[in-house]
Ligand binder design. Structure first.
Ligand SMILES: [Zn+2]
Length: 270
């Protein structure tokens, strides 16, 4: 057997290259310095802070409380259908969970890096059916799975600050980041991608895969007067509804109906 003779400096340089770029590239081959493991670690920190913020306000519906058991049972069914669509890149890398924030005045949902999803009761109550809920959840799940949230945070705060949070430095900054997550504004490119993936995920479920379009039609119809919070943080990339419907037609998964019984029950008990 021939042994490759590698000089120590070459090994070091190879290790440095692999550690920074080759092992961490996105779909387009661009270097991503923040690793999937970093997403997970940041997600745990940000989710713990988010929980504690809303818990202090009495708005976090605790999973462990018997009064909330049924709401989570109903919501988990929808979330799990999307998560188990077979289309996620990090289904088994991230812990994935969903929590409800009881605030009927806020029609929003957001995701931390690493797959912790938060849904406001006001959003569920605003939606017409389970297809729309699955569609909006699919959009949020895409932001976490495609790592949009951590990339937006990197852009806004810089990688060294985010890495410092992982080792417990800058606790004040962590509070601020967690508090701002529901207002984190995504780029139009990320919005287009999240819309497209929402359709791709739902295609592999029993839901009408253009469910997100139904939500956006209703949200935009509400007009300038009182638009849902979701629209300010997820800007319309232009022809949004049409793009979703075009993708859905292409995949042939638009016209599916879903029973309203469980969704109506969820709305009622929230
Ligand atoms: Zn979005």
């Amino acid at each position: 057997m021939r042994h490759l003779l590698l000089k120590p400096w070459l090994l070091l340089s190879l290790a440095a290259t692999l550690g920074t770029t080759a092992s961490c590239t996105d779909d387009e081959g661009n270097p991503v310095l923040f690793s999937v493991e970093d997403d997970k670690a940041l997600g745990v920190k940000v989710a713990a802070q988010t929980d504690s913020t809303y818990r202090a306000q009495g708005k976090l519906l605790e999973r462990t409380a018997p009064a909330n058991r049924r709401a989570y049972e109903l919501l988990d069914v929808v979330v799990n259908k999307v998560l188990n669509s077979g289309e996620l890149q990090h289904r088994n890398d991230f812990p994935w969970d969903v929590k409800i924030i009881k605030d009927d005045a806020v029609q929003n949902a957001f995701a931390t890096p690493g797959g912790h999803i938060y849904v406001f009761s006001g959003l569920v109550k605003f939606l017409e059916d389970e297809n729309q809920l699955a569609g909006v959840l699919g959009h949020e799940i895409a932001h976490a799975d495609r790592r949009h949230t951590s990339r937006m945070l990197q852009q806004q705060y810089g990688i060294s600050l985010l890495l410092s949070l992982l080792v417990g430095d800058n606790p004040g900054q962590l509070v601020q980041i967690a508090a701002g997550l529901g207002q984190l504004k995504f780029s139009r490119d990320f919005e287009v991608e999240a819309d497209q993936y929402s359709v791709v995920y739902l295609n592999k479920t029993t839901y009408a895969c253009d469910g997100a379009a139904g939500f956006f039609i209703k949200a935009e119809a509400q007009g300038q007067g009182n638009p849902p919070t979701f629209l300010s943080t997820h800007p319309n990339p232009g022809s949004r509804v049409q793009n979703i419907q075009t993708k859905a037609t292409e995949l042939g998964c638009r016209n599916r109906t879903v029973s309203s019984a469980t969704f109506d029950e969820l709305k009622r008990i929230l």
